[in-house]
Design a protein around this ligand. Structure first.
Ligand code: TYD
Ligand code: MG
Length: 451
């Protein structure tokens, strides 16, 4: 009988080692190796490779390229991010933290497809059919007509997909399915990879578009969908905070479209609602108080106006707190240092909080200037902008105190103008440095240093 062997698999890069180590030899991450047992495959025995007939390679020009008919999910933002809808036979991985709305989004997509006469199947290893029904009752469209299968056994799921032949199938989630021939627990790297691999093969063979739901924990502790990224055609990330209503959906990888687009959704009592004009929402909600500025950001190829808020308050802690939401912590540290060194505005020993309103995350250098001006405005206690509108800005802050230009200044400007914001502070001849930008925004020579 084959003796089960034990291997240690890295949850970050899926490298395998025969012994436990503190650091993964593959990617250098610490404490990511988890033990997994698996039966020794008989094919693993040494022996001469079986001879195969050679295959004839084709010149690319002679290859018949299939033109796919896309399946519209009826959710405009989702279709746009996918590049025009789902491609038959493709695998789309939707990652996101628990409670963000992955099941809601996929249920709504299937409901719309079912309503449009497509064959669908919703496989859930997380919830019972009754729970799925309760959710579907809240959703619009034909959500209640979607056939569901509450099952965790991979073989049963594959057999059902084979028998039902849906055009679109949702697997919620990849971590809950279990391949009986592997010994690892559901959600372990080995299991997740096996599950995804076998679903991929069936999907490609039968032309089923599969939406694979995957959880990511904050620490990435669970066998992350990261090991699946190379396996699937498209990786979508659903972000936002559970308590907040706004959620963003972005493509991290897309074999059939661009990765530039971002969709904004709002979680309402009747499911997820697309936010067509997110800028309008965020600008109308922007506060007129010290510490608030509007950032003309680019979310992929779309301009988006978001409010950046800062609060600077005396601290009892050493070192003081530097808390941020929606921007990178290191970026905040950098901006604070440049602000103190080159623009004469130091937060000193005060706590600094920076928040991008609405739970949106901006990961682009163009956000630097907004963070700097929000902090400067908070330190000075001066409301920035004109009488009627908040101040809008964008630009990257360099280490020598210079302002650097960022992509698509014209689109950012146009978006700000569209909502009546102006003048916009941006890198240019009048404001080549952060000091000049602070002076332009605060309307005072930047010299006083706050305690
Ligand atoms: P869910 O889609 O189950 O999240 P995930 O599958 O990513 O874990 O739902 C997330 C939250 O959304 C849940 O707390 C309930 C809430 N919700 C609404 O606010 N409105 C709705 O119409 C639905 C269906 C859910
Ligand atoms: Mg769910």
């Amino acid at each position: 009988m084959a003796r089960p062997t034990t291997v240690f698999v890295c949850s970050a890069c899926a490298a395998e080692t025969p012994r436990w180590m503190g650091q993964c030899p593959g990617c250098g991450e610490w404490n990511t190796l988890n033990e997994e047992t698996r039966a020794k495959s008989p094919a693993g025995k040494a022996g001469a490779p079986t001879p195969r007939a050679a295959s004839k390679p084709l010149r690319l020009a002679d290859v018949q390229a299939q033109r796919y008919e896309r399946l519209q999910t009826g959710i405009g933002e989702l279709d746009r991010i996918l590049g025009g809808g789902l491609v038959p036979g493709s695998l789309v991985l939707i990652g996101g933290s628990p409670g963000i709305g992955k099941s809601t989004l996929t249920s709504m997509a299937l409901g719309n497809l079912e309503g449009a006469g497509r064959r669908t199947l919703y496989v859930s290893g997380e919830e019972s059919a009754a729970q799925i029904r309760l959710r579907a009752e809240r959703l619009p469209g034909a959500a209640l007509q979607v056939p569901v299968l509450a099952e965790t056994d991979l073989d049963t799921v594959l057999a059902t997909m084979e028998a039902e032949r849906p055009e679109v199938c949702v697997i919620d989630s990849v971590q809950t399915l279990h391949a009986a021939d592997l010994t690892g627990a559901s959600g372990s790297v080995g299991q997740v990879r096996e599950v995804a691999d076998r679903i991929t093969r069936l999907a490609k063979a039968r032309g089923i578009a599969v939406l694979l739901v995957g959880h990511v924990t904050k620490e990435g502790a669970l066998a992350g969908p990261r090991v699946l990224e190379h396996l699937v055609d498209c990786v979508l990330q659903f972000e936002g905070e559970r308590e907040r209503t706004y959620r963003t959906l972005r493509a991290l990888k897309n074999r059939f479209g661009s990765t530039n687009d971002v969709g904004v959704f709002e979680m309402k009592s009747g499911g997820l609602v697309e936010v067509q004009d997110a800028s309008a929402r965020f600008v109308s909600e922007a506060t007129r108080a010290p510490g608030s500025v509007v950032l003309a950001a680019m979310e992929g190829s779309r301009p988006l106006l978001v409010e950046v808020q800062a609060l600077v308050s005396p601290s009892e802690l050493v070192p003081p707190r530097r808390v941020c939401n929606g921007i990178d912590r290191n970026r905040l540290a950098l901006v604070l240092a440049v602000l103190a060194r080159h623009a004469g505005i130091g937060a000193g020993s005060a706590d600094v909080f920076v928040n991008v309103a609405g739970g949106v995350r901006v990961d682009e250098p163009g956000a630097d200037l907004a963070v700097a001006l929000a902090v400067a405005s908070a330190v000075r206690g001066i409301t920035v902008g004109s009488e009627q509108t908040p101040l809008a800005c964008f630009g990257e802050v360099g280490l020598t105190g210079e302002l650097r230009s960022v992509g698509h200044p014209d689109r950012r400007l146009a978006e700000a103008k569209k909502f009546g914001l102006g003048p916009v502070v941006q890198p240019g001849p009048e404001t080549p440095t952060l000091r000049a930008a602070v002076r332009a925004a605060l309307g005072a020579p930047a010299s006083r240093v706050a305690a």
